[in-house]
Design a protein around this ligand. Sequence first.
Ligand SMILES: [Zn+2]
Ligand SMILES: [Zn+2]
Length: 630
Amino acid sequence: MADILKTIEDELPRGVVKSMLFEGANIVVYTDDVPFLKEGDGDIRAVVNKIKKRVELRADGKILMDKDQAEKEIRSIISEEAELTQIIFDIPRSIVIIEAKRPGIVIGKSGSILKEIKDVTHWSPIVQRSPSIKSKITENIRAALYLNNNHRRKFLNEIGEKIYADWDPSKMDMWVRMTALGGGRQVGRSAFLLQTPKSKILIDCGIDVSVQGSDKFPYLDIPEFNIDTIDAVVLSHAHLDHVGLLPYLYKMGYKGPVYMTTPSRDIAALLSLDFIGVSYKQATTPLFSSSDVTEMVKHTICLDYNEVTDITPDIRITMYNAGHTLGSAMIHFNIGNGLHNFVYSGDHKYGRTRLLDPANTYFPRVETLMMESTYGGRDNISPPRREVEEDLIQFANKVVSRGGKLLIPELGLGRSQETMLILEDAMRNGKLENVPIYIDGMIWDINAIHTAYPDFLSRNVKAEIYQDRNPFTSEIFKQIGSAQERKSVIEGGPCIVLATSGMLVGGASVEYLREFADNEKNGISFVCYQPPSGLGGQLQSGNLTEAKFDVNGKQEIVPIRLEVRTIEGFSGHSYRNELMSFVSSINPKPKKILINHGEISRSLDLGSSIYKSFKIETILPRNLETIRFR
Ligand SMILES: [Zn+2]
Ligand SMILES: [Zn+2]
């Protein structure tokens, strides 16, 4: 038995511990002593204070109430107002998952209802919010985890055994180094290998979707990278340039955990499955299959923001809001019991948006910071937010009032939800003409994930959802799924259409463009980046008089007559001014700043400006370069 378990058993009254298991870094004490189950919280708290680890008390299978009986009791304890949707028993872990539309009512005042459920049934209740938009992906993920709950229990216990194998917080011989495997002086294929005497951690594992060939992937073929010795993967967020290669790691035999937030797990699964679909459409062999995506999901350990957890004997992580996408995280690594503190910013937005709160800037300690520089160049200044929004609304009004249709090509994740919030607010306040807003492509699935995790949204949107005024389910939005529905939009009257893909490479947005292009009443507004050589970039240049479209293998040439408007300032990344004020606000000040995730000139520009303004050493690691932190 690991020392830590022995310590716990010695601290608790004799005979109450039936068994103990790890769930990752958390420790679960199972008891068959009913009075202790009900009143042992104080004893457990005392242990937690002593060992500084999370310990949970649950019932041994022997004293659990029969499932059917327990379900009846739970339904009678919880008021109907809570709108229960599902009750699921995780038998191996003595847990009951209660899904409801109003989870607050299930919890009760300071947890009183949950306590009652546990006292009566002895099952440990967990409450989940049922999404107000049905999300297939979230349902499938929850079902897959449930189906594999025996595997899960074993897997989580093994992780705990590894973390606490030589549990002795006093002895630490320490060095820390990090190697850039991708994402150094570039955007795309982010991957970093963090090493200490006792840990090998992979931070992100993305692909560069904009290139072909081996440059697409991070350098996983170097001698110091060995998939069998990786202890854990930590994921900042679910964009493909950070997560794209993760299912492939499981295909290659990785069996360890991957830490991320719960929304990132659902989005990662959705985008990975979509990525497989896109490969088939482009007639290329997908990198991985849906069963590899399931493997990834089965090995995720989800963390909330600000939740501290050990991931190896000498590394403890905490995720903080990064403000970039739903569930995006900055990751704080406490290495060697505080000997070195490293923050990886991931992609971040230090600015106010409707959807998310600005990135966190307060950390318990930080010596080294690595931050992104997508918009790090001195010209990458954002226009005032209000102007940007007004621009969009003004253009939308202009198009629909002359009887036209407005197309907004959108990235599925983040930007489209932001646009929806702006349009919804403008229409509700009479600033935008009352026309239908059609939502096509993957956006709807992503909306569903947003409404399933309101705690990760901005304070305002969260409050609206809690007060049953969910902006994403407003009746002004109409979901378009079938070819028939699409046809009726194309043939119908003035409207606004939000459709993926954002860069006009395949997807519904291209179909709408083909139909809308020939009419000067119509309009297209770009809210996300367009590569200059792509269709979007050519439209923006204003020189395009006609465009070729592929219709069932035949080329169709369509004249370009619609009005084109580019609206800058909606990025989910920090602009130059926001990056500089992020560095100025971060507390405490790091001693060293590494700059990544930016094209070289922008990274250099940001690095030298940070040095000049704050006198902090800056480093721009190239791919394959190793930096020693300590
Ligand atoms: Zn991103
Ligand atoms: Zn990125």
